[in-house]
Design a protein around this ligand. Structure first.
Ligand code: DQA
Length: 145
């Protein structure tokens, strides 16, 4: 089964959304880059984005059922969704939390907490789009263990 890269709300507008914070790479371009980075690391990668929390929960539940590694940018849900906390808690394969920006350095205090971090094997933030490459390399290294 492919490794999943799951992106949460508003990331579908990547490239157009606050480019001064999130950069100019679009979500389609990110998906293409993730597939290429995965291939280089020996991983098949599937990239998905949703603005619907229940859809992300379904994907995470499937990943739990199938012991699939996940790279997760839960976007704003990161900061307050206890349903995503519970979904992440069920995962058995490596979970890597990614943020394009560095939430802990941003002025909004709500960004300073994460429901994903307690369950993540590692957190990669503030690296821009390259954080996804680093996350996939982390998972590739883990699956070689
Ligand atoms: C984000 C950071 C979150 O605080 C924000 O709500 C996002 C994107 C990031 O990738 O930097 O939507 O997860």
């Amino acid at each position: 089964r492919p490794v999943l890269v799951l992106n949460g709300p508003n990331l579908g507008r990547l490239g157009r959304r606050q480019p001064e914070i999130y950069g100019s790479t679009t979500h389609d371009e990110l998906a293409e880059l993730c597939r290429a980075w995965g291939e280089a690391a020996g991983l098949e990668v599937e990239v998905r984005q949703t603005n619907h929390e229940g859809e992300l929960l379904d994907w995470l539940n499937d990943a739990a059922d199938t012991a699939t590694p996940v790279v997760l940018n839960a976007a704003a849900w990161t900061h307050y969704s206890y349903a995503i906390w519970d979904a992440c808690a069920q995962l058995t394969a490596p979970l890597v939390e990614v943020h394009i920006s560095e939430p802990s350095q941003r002025p909004e205090v709500f960004r300073h907490t994460s429901v994903v971090t307690p369950h993540a094997a590692t957190v990669i933030s503030g690296q821009g789009i390259d954080g996804y490459r680093q996350a996939l390399e982390f998972i590739a290294a883990k699956s070689g263990d």
